[in-house]
Design a protein around this ligand. Structure first.
Ligand SMILES: Nc1ncnc2c1ncn2[C@@H]1O[C@H](COP(=O)(O)OP(=O)(O)OP(=O)(O)O)[C@@H](O)[C@H]1O
Length: 354
């Protein structure tokens, strides 16, 4: 495995106030690989912003080690690089925020030029670069507009162009779509995905909206009370959430459980078993339930079915009850697994007999 581009090791952040102490982040380890879009979700106050601000030392940790792209920024309670070096390294970490933070008295292009101020480029080269960046975010024709003349989505595009001015390797998005309507939200998320693919940009996406993560992230961490309580690939966390909070974020699974509860099934018979089937709907195109019956004559009654689009790929989830003797049921599960279906046996008492 390659070294992670962002390596946060045993990070804690404690705020000491006059009367009490706030443990905003508690012993969190997070490794982000180059090219990841890593979603960090959690409710307000979970510690997401504080954790992510330690990446560029906008927030100094109380404990832990911060290593970015091989350079140790922070270790043994101390910053490990000079302030000048930190300033340079920070330029390789772009940030975008919920409220855009644009300079409202200057034009769109001047907002981008501002981020190029310190560079050695001459004025023509700066202008050329600013226009290229605006082109990249689809706003070249509005270079002379002022921020107030733009929609929220367009303003966020300007802030993205500005964040990219110094060719960052990492982009941190802190609730960047939270103030936008659903259409603009999706456009910004799709833009981030395009930048990730085109520029190889690693993105850390802080959000309380699961839909945003579902649309673009490949990995996800769920935070609660300063800790990461669940993490993994999008598919794993989304389709097999382990923690109650994760289940709350993953609305789809809640819908499944609600649907299952609505069935008037006190308990299953001894020859019945409740299964959750999850499959890549691009590859499993035939009805697996029909196949199951044709191959093994095992009946499967469907209680819930859904197809979700995760990071652009359709993923199917079914809850079925299969019926047959123990040997037949085992054969059925083996058959499904051999066809790339993830099979999880569900304890039916947890649904109908709680
Ligand atoms: N500078 C600070 N001084 C004292 N407490 C702080 C400070 N910054 C954050 N906190 C506290 O740390 C906890 C985590 O805050 P943080 O902003 O990281 O959460 P969050 O998950 O990003 O939530 P939100 O989305 O609302 O910002 C909160 O209880 C917050 O009040």
């Amino acid at each position: 495995m390659t070294n992670p581009i962002i390596d946060l090791d045993n990070i804690s952040v404690t705020f000491k106030q006059r009367k009490h102490v706030v443990h905003a982040v508690k012993d969190v380890t997070l490794k982000v690989e180059q090219g990841d879009i890593y979603g960090i979700v959690g409710y307000s106050g979970a510690g997401k912003s504080t954790l992510v601000r330690t990446i560029n030392l906008l927030q100094l940790p109380s404990e832990g080690t911060v290593t970015i792209n091989g350079t140790v920024f922070f270790k043994d309670h101390h910053q490990q690089i000079s302030n000048k070096e930190l300033q340079e390294k920070r330029r390789k970490i772009g940030m975008i925020f919920q409220h855009f933070n644009l300079l409202n008295e200057t034009s769109v292009i001047e907002n981008v030029l501002f981020a190029l101020k310190h560079t050695k480029l001459d004025d023509d080269a700066k202008e050329k670069k600013a226009l290229e960046l605006l082109d990249l975010v689809g706003l070249k024709d509005k270079a002379e507009f002022y921020p107030v003349q733009l929609s929220g989505g367009e303003q966020q595009r300007v802030s993205i162009a500005r964040a990219l001015a110094n060719d960052p390797e990492i982009l941190i998005s802190d609730e960047a779509t939270s103030a936008l309507d659903p259409q603009n939200t999706n456009q910004i998320l799709d833009l981030l995905k395009r930048l990730n693919e085109k520029l190889g940009l690693t993105i850390v996406l802080i959000t309380h909206e699961m839909d945003a993560v579902k649309r673009v992230a490949n990995k996800i961490a769920v935070m609660e009370y300063g800790q990461i309580i669940e993490r993994g690939t999008l598919q794993k966390v989304f389709l097999q959430p382990q923690q109650e909070l994760t289940r709350q974020f993953v609305g789809g699974s809640l819908a499944a459980v609600d649907t299952l509860k609505a069935f008037d099934l006190e308990h299953l018979n001894d020859d019945e078993e409740l299964l959750q089937l999850v499959y890549d709907a691009n590859n499993v195109t035939k009805s697996i339930i029909i196949e199951l019956y044709k191959k093994l004559q095992v009946e499967a009654s469907m209680l819930y079915g859904n197809i979700e689009v995760l990071a652009g790929s359709p993923v199917g989830t079914l809850f079925v009850v299969i019926k047959g003797d123990a040997d037949k049921r085992k054969q059925a599960i083996d058959f499904l697994r051999a066809n790339n279906v993830t099979v999880t046996k569900i304890d039916d008492r947890r649904i109908w007999n709680e």
